[in-house]
Write a protein that binds this ligand. Structure first.
Ligand code: FES
Ligand SMILES: [Fe+2]
Length: 346
Protein backbone atom coordinates (compact mmCIF):
# COMPACT_ATOMS: atom_id res chain seq x y z
CA UNK A 1 0.00 0.00 0.00
CA UNK A 2 1.34 3.44 -0.92
CA UNK A 3 0.49 5.42 2.18
CA UNK A 4 2.50 7.85 4.24
CA UNK A 5 3.24 6.37 7.65
CA UNK A 6 4.50 9.44 9.49
CA UNK A 7 0.97 10.77 9.79
CA UNK A 8 -1.94 10.87 12.20
CA UNK A 9 -4.73 8.57 10.98
CA UNK A 10 -8.27 8.76 12.29
CA UNK A 11 -9.01 5.50 14.13
CA UNK A 12 -12.43 6.28 15.60
CA UNK A 13 -14.80 8.92 16.84
CA UNK A 14 -13.97 9.77 20.43
CA UNK A 15 -17.49 8.66 21.44
CA UNK A 16 -16.99 5.17 19.96
CA UNK A 17 -14.53 4.20 22.68
CA UNK A 18 -16.38 3.33 25.86
CA UNK A 19 -14.29 2.97 28.97
CA UNK A 20 -13.26 -0.63 29.57
CA UNK A 21 -14.23 -1.93 26.10
CA UNK A 22 -11.30 -2.69 23.79
CA UNK A 23 -11.90 -1.97 20.11
CA UNK A 24 -10.22 -3.67 17.15
CA UNK A 25 -9.16 -1.52 14.21
CA UNK A 26 -6.88 -1.88 11.21
CA UNK A 27 -4.89 1.01 9.79
CA UNK A 28 -2.69 0.68 6.70
CA UNK A 29 -2.94 -3.08 7.12
CA UNK A 30 -1.82 -3.20 10.77
CA UNK A 31 -4.11 -4.67 13.40
CA UNK A 32 -4.50 -2.33 16.34
CA UNK A 33 -6.38 -2.53 19.62
CA UNK A 34 -7.60 0.70 21.18
CA UNK A 35 -8.95 1.07 24.67
CA UNK A 36 -9.86 3.77 27.14
CA UNK A 37 -8.40 2.97 30.52
CA UNK A 38 -9.86 4.00 33.86
CA UNK A 39 -7.52 7.00 33.66
CA UNK A 40 -9.75 8.10 30.68
CA UNK A 41 -6.67 8.10 28.42
CA UNK A 42 -6.91 6.16 25.16
CA UNK A 43 -4.14 3.70 24.35
CA UNK A 44 -3.28 1.78 21.17
CA UNK A 45 -1.23 -1.41 20.86
CA UNK A 46 -0.53 -3.96 18.18
CA UNK A 47 -3.57 -6.28 18.34
CA UNK A 48 -1.52 -9.46 18.69
CA UNK A 49 -0.47 -11.03 21.94
CA UNK A 50 3.23 -11.75 22.19
CA UNK A 51 2.46 -15.23 23.59
CA UNK A 52 0.40 -17.10 20.97
CA UNK A 53 -0.74 -14.18 18.82
CA UNK A 54 -4.34 -14.02 20.05
CA UNK A 55 -6.04 -10.64 19.48
CA UNK A 56 -5.75 -8.35 22.47
CA UNK A 57 -9.02 -6.75 21.35
CA UNK A 58 -10.70 -9.81 22.93
CA UNK A 59 -8.96 -8.86 26.15
CA UNK A 60 -10.08 -7.26 29.41
CA UNK A 61 -9.28 -3.75 30.61
CA UNK A 62 -7.78 -3.63 34.09
CA UNK A 63 -7.16 -0.08 35.24
CA UNK A 64 -5.05 1.51 32.53
CA UNK A 65 -3.82 -1.95 31.40
CA UNK A 66 -5.12 -4.65 29.07
CA UNK A 67 -5.11 -8.38 29.81
CA UNK A 68 -5.03 -10.97 27.03
CA UNK A 69 -7.97 -13.24 27.77
CA UNK A 70 -6.39 -16.33 26.23
CA UNK A 71 -3.74 -17.16 28.86
CA UNK A 72 -3.78 -13.97 30.90
CA UNK A 73 -0.68 -11.93 30.00
CA UNK A 74 -1.13 -8.37 31.26
CA UNK A 75 0.05 -5.49 29.02
CA UNK A 76 0.73 -1.91 30.03
CA UNK A 77 -0.17 1.03 27.75
CA UNK A 78 3.47 1.12 26.57
CA UNK A 79 3.11 -2.43 25.20
CA UNK A 80 5.31 -4.02 27.86
CA UNK A 81 4.15 -7.22 29.60
CA UNK A 82 3.59 -6.62 33.31
CA UNK A 83 2.50 -10.10 34.36
CA UNK A 84 2.69 -13.67 33.08
CA UNK A 85 0.47 -16.04 35.07
CA UNK A 86 2.43 -19.06 36.36
CA UNK A 87 5.90 -17.51 36.17
CA UNK A 88 7.78 -14.88 38.13
CA UNK A 89 10.09 -13.55 35.44
CA UNK A 90 8.95 -11.44 32.48
CA UNK A 91 11.48 -11.80 29.64
CA UNK A 92 12.70 -8.53 28.08
CA UNK A 93 11.25 -9.39 24.65
CA UNK A 94 7.75 -9.61 26.17
CA UNK A 95 6.49 -6.47 24.45
CA UNK A 96 4.14 -5.47 21.64
CA UNK A 97 4.27 -2.30 19.58
CA UNK A 98 2.60 0.76 21.11
CA UNK A 99 1.26 3.55 18.89
CA UNK A 100 1.13 7.24 19.83
CA UNK A 101 -2.51 8.34 20.28
CA UNK A 102 -4.06 11.81 20.42
CA UNK A 103 -7.67 12.87 20.86
CA UNK A 104 -8.48 16.09 18.97
CA UNK A 105 -11.55 17.53 17.29
CA UNK A 106 -13.70 14.56 18.48
CA UNK A 107 -11.45 12.10 16.68
CA UNK A 108 -8.99 9.52 18.01
CA UNK A 109 -5.81 9.83 15.95
CA UNK A 110 -3.10 7.17 15.76
CA UNK A 111 0.44 7.84 14.51
CA UNK A 112 1.46 4.97 12.22
CA UNK A 113 5.09 5.93 11.65
CA UNK A 114 8.22 6.36 13.73
CA UNK A 115 6.96 7.17 17.27
CA UNK A 116 9.89 9.54 17.79
CA UNK A 117 8.50 11.75 15.00
CA UNK A 118 4.91 11.86 16.31
CA UNK A 119 4.20 15.59 16.34
CA UNK A 120 0.72 16.65 17.47
CA UNK A 121 1.15 19.90 15.53
CA UNK A 122 0.64 17.76 12.39
CA UNK A 123 -2.94 16.82 13.36
CA UNK A 124 -5.21 18.48 10.76
CA UNK A 125 -7.29 21.34 12.24
CA UNK A 126 -10.64 19.58 11.89
CA UNK A 127 -13.85 20.83 13.46
CA UNK A 128 -15.29 18.19 15.77
CA UNK A 129 -18.71 17.84 17.37
CA UNK A 130 -17.06 19.21 20.50
CA UNK A 131 -16.75 22.61 18.75
CA UNK A 132 -19.50 24.94 19.97
CA UNK A 133 -19.58 27.04 16.78
CA UNK A 134 -21.21 24.34 14.66
CA UNK A 135 -24.04 21.83 15.22
CA UNK A 136 -22.61 18.66 13.72
CA UNK A 137 -23.94 15.18 13.09
CA UNK A 138 -21.39 12.44 12.51
CA UNK A 139 -20.93 8.89 11.29
CA UNK A 140 -18.78 6.58 9.24
CA UNK A 141 -19.08 4.35 6.21
CA UNK A 142 -17.02 1.25 5.36
CA UNK A 143 -15.78 0.77 1.82
CA UNK A 144 -14.82 -2.33 -0.13
CA UNK A 145 -12.33 -0.20 -2.04
CA UNK A 146 -8.88 1.13 -1.32
CA UNK A 147 -8.62 4.49 0.45
CA UNK A 148 -6.77 6.12 -2.45
CA UNK A 149 -9.88 5.91 -4.66
CA UNK A 150 -11.95 7.72 -2.03
CA UNK A 151 -9.25 10.40 -1.69
CA UNK A 152 -9.21 10.81 -5.49
CA UNK A 153 -12.98 11.30 -5.37
CA UNK A 154 -12.72 14.01 -2.70
CA UNK A 155 -9.95 15.75 -4.63
CA UNK A 156 -12.16 16.30 -7.67
CA UNK A 157 -15.61 17.78 -7.12
CA UNK A 158 -16.49 17.70 -10.82
CA UNK A 159 -18.17 14.40 -9.92
CA UNK A 160 -20.81 16.36 -7.97
CA UNK A 161 -22.52 17.25 -11.25
CA UNK A 162 -22.94 13.59 -12.19
CA UNK A 163 -22.71 11.34 -9.13
CA UNK A 164 -24.70 13.71 -6.93
CA UNK A 165 -27.28 14.93 -9.45
CA UNK A 166 -30.01 13.36 -7.29
CA UNK A 167 -28.81 14.29 -3.79
CA UNK A 168 -26.96 17.64 -3.89
CA UNK A 169 -28.54 18.73 -7.22
CA UNK A 170 -25.23 20.43 -7.85
CA UNK A 171 -25.96 21.49 -11.45
CA UNK A 172 -23.41 21.77 -14.26
CA UNK A 173 -21.09 24.36 -12.64
CA UNK A 174 -18.90 21.86 -10.78
CA UNK A 175 -18.03 20.04 -13.99
CA UNK A 176 -17.90 23.03 -16.34
CA UNK A 177 -15.73 25.33 -14.22
CA UNK A 178 -12.42 24.45 -12.61
CA UNK A 179 -11.99 25.41 -8.94
CA UNK A 180 -9.12 27.57 -7.77
CA UNK A 181 -6.39 25.20 -6.56
CA UNK A 182 -3.52 26.06 -4.22
CA UNK A 183 -0.83 23.55 -3.25
CA UNK A 184 -0.19 23.40 0.51
CA UNK A 185 2.73 21.91 2.45
CA UNK A 186 0.65 18.91 3.49
CA UNK A 187 -2.19 18.94 0.99
CA UNK A 188 -4.18 20.93 -1.54
CA UNK A 189 -6.67 23.81 -1.12
CA UNK A 190 -9.73 24.14 -3.36
CA UNK A 191 -12.02 27.15 -3.49
CA UNK A 192 -14.91 28.24 -5.62
CA UNK A 193 -17.28 31.19 -5.88
CA UNK A 194 -20.72 30.71 -7.46
CA UNK A 195 -22.21 34.11 -8.25
CA UNK A 196 -25.76 35.36 -8.20
CA UNK A 197 -27.38 32.04 -7.36
CA UNK A 198 -31.03 31.74 -6.27
CA UNK A 199 -31.92 31.08 -2.66
CA UNK A 200 -32.35 27.28 -2.63
CA UNK A 201 -33.52 27.44 0.98
CA UNK A 202 -36.52 29.55 -0.11
CA UNK A 203 -37.51 29.05 -3.78
CA UNK A 204 -40.16 31.81 -3.50
CA UNK A 205 -37.57 34.41 -2.60
CA UNK A 206 -36.14 36.73 -5.28
CA UNK A 207 -32.98 37.12 -3.19
CA UNK A 208 -29.71 36.15 -4.84
CA UNK A 209 -26.47 35.06 -3.19
CA UNK A 210 -22.80 34.67 -3.95
CA UNK A 211 -21.87 31.26 -2.54
CA UNK A 212 -18.34 30.41 -1.48
CA UNK A 213 -16.91 27.03 -0.63
CA UNK A 214 -13.36 26.16 0.30
CA UNK A 215 -11.72 23.01 1.49
CA UNK A 216 -8.30 21.75 2.37
CA UNK A 217 -7.49 18.13 1.60
CA UNK A 218 -4.66 17.20 3.94
CA UNK A 219 -2.46 14.21 4.64
CA UNK A 220 -3.19 11.41 5.10
CA UNK A 221 -6.73 11.89 3.68
CA UNK A 222 -8.61 14.55 5.63
CA UNK A 223 -11.07 16.98 4.06
CA UNK A 224 -11.99 20.17 5.94
CA UNK A 225 -14.62 22.24 4.15
CA UNK A 226 -16.48 25.42 5.00
CA UNK A 227 -19.12 27.04 2.81
CA UNK A 228 -21.66 29.83 3.11
CA UNK A 229 -23.84 32.34 1.25
CA UNK A 230 -22.89 36.01 0.98
CA UNK A 231 -24.65 39.09 -0.37
CA UNK A 232 -24.72 39.06 -4.18
CA UNK A 233 -21.75 41.07 -5.42
CA UNK A 234 -19.40 39.94 -2.64
CA UNK A 235 -17.29 37.76 -4.96
CA UNK A 236 -16.54 40.63 -7.36
CA UNK A 237 -15.96 43.08 -4.51
CA UNK A 238 -13.28 40.72 -3.14
CA UNK A 239 -11.81 40.18 -6.60
CA UNK A 240 -12.80 36.53 -6.11
CA UNK A 241 -10.56 36.22 -3.07
CA UNK A 242 -11.58 34.43 0.14
CA UNK A 243 -14.33 36.06 2.23
CA UNK A 244 -14.54 36.49 5.98
CA UNK A 245 -16.98 33.73 6.97
CA UNK A 246 -18.23 35.90 9.83
CA UNK A 247 -19.85 38.15 7.19
CA UNK A 248 -21.87 35.25 5.69
CA UNK A 249 -25.60 35.94 5.65
CA UNK A 250 -26.89 32.36 5.40
CA UNK A 251 -26.02 28.72 4.97
CA UNK A 252 -22.68 28.69 6.79
CA UNK A 253 -21.70 25.08 7.42
CA UNK A 254 -18.68 22.90 8.05
CA UNK A 255 -17.77 19.31 7.29
CA UNK A 256 -14.72 17.34 8.44
CA UNK A 257 -14.08 14.03 6.72
CA UNK A 258 -11.30 11.47 7.02
CA UNK A 259 -10.41 8.47 4.88
CA UNK A 260 -8.52 5.74 6.75
CA UNK A 261 -6.99 2.82 4.81
CA UNK A 262 -7.86 -0.39 6.68
CA UNK A 263 -6.39 -3.04 4.37
CA UNK A 264 -5.23 -3.15 0.76
CA UNK A 265 -8.82 -3.14 -0.51
CA UNK A 266 -10.89 -1.66 2.32
CA UNK A 267 -11.23 1.74 3.96
CA UNK A 268 -13.29 3.58 6.55
CA UNK A 269 -14.73 6.99 5.71
CA UNK A 270 -15.48 9.19 8.74
CA UNK A 271 -17.56 12.33 8.34
CA UNK A 272 -19.38 15.05 10.20
CA UNK A 273 -21.48 17.89 8.83
CA UNK A 274 -23.82 20.58 10.05
CA UNK A 275 -24.70 24.27 10.17
CA UNK A 276 -23.05 27.11 12.01
CA UNK A 277 -24.99 27.87 15.16
CA UNK A 278 -26.00 31.30 13.74
CA UNK A 279 -27.37 29.77 10.53
CA UNK A 280 -29.16 26.61 11.57
CA UNK A 281 -30.35 24.30 14.27
CA UNK A 282 -30.55 20.61 15.18
CA UNK A 283 -33.36 20.01 12.67
CA UNK A 284 -31.22 21.46 9.88
CA UNK A 285 -28.32 19.27 10.98
CA UNK A 286 -30.53 16.18 10.82
CA UNK A 287 -31.70 17.13 7.32
CA UNK A 288 -28.08 17.61 6.24
CA UNK A 289 -27.11 14.22 7.65
CA UNK A 290 -29.92 12.58 5.67
CA UNK A 291 -28.67 14.31 2.55
CA UNK A 292 -25.10 13.21 3.37
CA UNK A 293 -26.21 9.60 3.81
CA UNK A 294 -27.77 9.70 0.34
CA UNK A 295 -24.80 11.47 -1.28
CA UNK A 296 -22.13 9.31 0.35
CA UNK A 297 -24.12 6.24 -0.71
CA UNK A 298 -23.93 7.54 -4.31
CA UNK A 299 -20.13 7.86 -4.02
CA UNK A 300 -19.83 4.38 -2.51
CA UNK A 301 -21.74 2.73 -5.37
CA UNK A 302 -19.50 4.41 -7.97
CA UNK A 303 -16.18 3.93 -6.15
CA UNK A 304 -16.74 0.28 -5.24
CA UNK A 305 -17.79 -0.46 -8.83
CA UNK A 306 -14.69 1.41 -10.09
CA UNK A 307 -12.58 -0.63 -7.66
CA UNK A 308 -13.91 -3.90 -9.09
CA UNK A 309 -13.09 -2.77 -12.64
CA UNK A 310 -9.57 -1.74 -11.58
CA UNK A 311 -9.05 -5.12 -9.86
CA UNK A 312 -9.95 -6.81 -13.13
CA UNK A 313 -7.66 -4.57 -15.22
CA UNK A 314 -4.12 -5.01 -13.86
CA UNK A 315 -1.64 -2.56 -15.34
CA UNK A 316 -4.31 -0.56 -17.18
CA UNK A 317 -3.24 3.10 -17.45
CA UNK A 318 -5.57 5.98 -16.55
CA UNK A 319 -6.04 9.11 -18.67
CA UNK A 320 -5.93 12.30 -16.60
CA UNK A 321 -8.14 15.30 -17.52
CA UNK A 322 -8.10 18.98 -16.48
CA UNK A 323 -10.11 18.32 -13.31
CA UNK A 324 -7.41 15.91 -12.10
CA UNK A 325 -4.99 18.68 -11.17
CA UNK A 326 -5.81 18.44 -7.45
CA UNK A 327 -5.69 14.63 -7.55
CA UNK A 328 -2.29 14.73 -9.22
CA UNK A 329 -0.86 17.32 -6.82
CA UNK A 330 -1.96 15.33 -3.79
CA UNK A 331 -0.85 11.95 -5.11
CA UNK A 332 2.57 13.36 -6.05
CA UNK A 333 2.91 14.69 -2.51
CA UNK A 334 2.06 11.24 -1.12
CA UNK A 335 4.51 9.53 -3.48
CA UNK A 336 7.30 11.96 -2.54
CA UNK A 337 6.78 11.47 1.20
CA UNK A 338 6.55 7.69 0.84
CA UNK A 339 9.84 7.75 -1.11
CA UNK A 340 11.48 9.90 1.58
CA UNK A 341 10.22 7.59 4.32
CA UNK A 342 11.60 4.61 2.38
CA UNK A 343 15.00 6.29 2.19
CA UNK A 344 14.92 7.15 5.88
CA UNK A 345 13.92 3.56 6.66
CA UNK A 346 10.74 4.45 8.56
S1 FES B 1 -2.13 -15.70 23.52
FE1 FES B 1 -2.23 -14.06 24.90
S2 FES B 1 -1.82 -14.96 26.79
FE2 FES B 1 -1.65 -16.61 25.41
FE1 LIG C 1 -19.00 12.69 -3.70
Amino acid sequence: MTYVRNCWYVAAWDSELAQGQPMAMQIVGERIVLWRGDDAAIHALEDRCVHRLAPLSLGRCEGANLRCMYHGLLFGPDGGVLEIPGQDKVPPQAKVRAYPVAVRHSWVWVWMGDPAQADEALIPPAVGYDDGRFILGHGHLDYAAEARLICDNLLDFSHLTYVHAASFQAGPTFAERLPEITPLDRGVRFSRWSQNVPNIRDPNSAERFDNYMTYDFLLPGVLLMESASFTAGTAASLDFGPPDFDTAIAGRNFTSQAVTPLTEGTARYFFNWGPHRDHGDEAMRDGMMQLAAMAFGEDKVMIEAQSRVIAGSPGQAIMPIAHDRGVTLFNRLVERLVREEGRAGT
